[in-house]
Ligand binder design. Structure first.
Ligand code: GDP
Length: 324
């Protein structure tokens, strides 16, 4: 073997070793991806804001900055002030202890509420109400898909006969999920759609009937009268298992002002907070529970069928306060 062959062989081995080293290093960096949380964007926003707010010490201005960070996260001014005061009263020694106390305050705020989905009655009637565009139809499809995954028989009713195309949109989703759907014709009586769907659910031995309702009519009064009628036809308070209000998390505090009328018309039993994936202000969950006094039962985290999660306050708070 002459010297040039040895040099070539040696160089080849070196290059191979280098390539192998680079590949292995890259693989160890990539590793398994963390599972997506409820609040990927919010976590970095509020967590980082709090870290900056606390800074080196816990003086008066640090507490003001903490309160501001909570307000900026949509917690609401009153809640932010109360929560900050409660943490401050505990006299934490450092930022780490303050963060733990804040987490404790938020967790106890959410604690003790029943967040399960009631499915009493056969069929269990779940009315879904809310302003147009908040994600009602998508939420109905996601919920149906979830219930089917649990082995239940589900049927949908399209009782939004006001919005052109609402029935078609629901039919498309029903097709994707693989459930039956009863829709009315445009301008028809929504209560009679519900009545027909109930008949169909009983005949087909369905476990759950999910009802889509209008988010807008000619005038608020008509809309609320219509919702009351749908609720009555569905069996009233004794017969309706859930009245879920769908709220868009990206609308922030503004979204909340629109919903008091719904609460007057029908007894709301739970909130589905949609588009939590699209906001950097997850504190809206605190504001919703405080102002409406209704438990958030589900959160929407995307547009796909499996992007609906039961709301878990403890993981939510941990994520909310995460620093990155
Ligand atoms: P509706 O008018 O209340 O029935 O609203 P739709 O169900 O038609 O939803 C309005 C838009 O919001 C659609 O583009 C949906 O894909 C989108 N959407 C619904 N829920 C979510 C969610 O949780 N996250 C995101 N990113 N988009 C959502």
């Amino acid at each position: 073997m002459d010297i040039s062959t040895i040099v070539i062989a040696f160089t080849a081995v070196l290059v191979l070793a280098l390539v192998l080293f680079l590949v292995l290093r890259r693989a160890s960096r990539t590793g398994p991806q963390p599972t997506a949380g409820m609040l990927d964007k919010t976590a970095s926003t509020l967590g980082a804001a709090l870290r900056r707010a606390w800074g080196p010490g816990l003086d008066d201005s640090a507490w003001d900055r903490i309160e501001e960070a909570l307000i900026a996260a949509d917690v609401g001014a009153t809640s932010a002030s109360e929560i900050t005061a409660a943490v401050r009263r505990e006299n934490p020694n450092d930022a780490g202890e303050a963060r733990r106390l804040l987490a404790g305050q938020l967790k106890s705020f959410f604690g003790g509420k029943d967040r399960s989905l009631s499915l009493r009655g056969r069929p269990a009637v779940v009315l879904v109400v809310g302003v147009n565009g908040t994600g009602k139809t998508t939420t109905i499809a996601k919920l149906a898909s979830r219930l089917i995954g649990e082995g239940r028989r589900v049927i949908l009713a399209g009782a939004d006969t006001f919005r052109a195309g609402a029935g078609e949109q629901l039919k498309t989703w029903a097709g994707r999920v693989g459930v039956n759907v009863v829709v009315g014709h445009e301008g028809g009586d929504p209560a009679s759609v519900v009545y027909d769907a109930l008949e169909s659910a009983r005949a087909g031995s369905d476990d759950v009937l999910i009802v889509d309702t209008a988010g807008r009519l000619h005038g608020k009064k008509n809309l609320m009268a219509e919702l009351e009628k749908i609720h009555r036809v569905s069996g009233g308070e004794g017969g309706v298992a859930e009245v879920l209000l769908v709220l868009d998390a990206t609308a922030g505090q503004n979204g909340l002002t629109q919903v008091s009328e719904f609460a007057k018309a029908v007894p709301l039993t739970g909130v589905v907070l949609t588009k939590l994936d699209g906001t950097a202000r997850g504190g809206i969950v605190v504001a919703v529970e405080r102002q409406l006094d209704i438990p958030v039962k589900f959160v929407g985290l995307g547009e796909a069928l499996d992007d609906l999660e039961p709301f878990d306050p403890d993981s939510f708070v941990d994520e909310l306060l995460e620093e990155s």
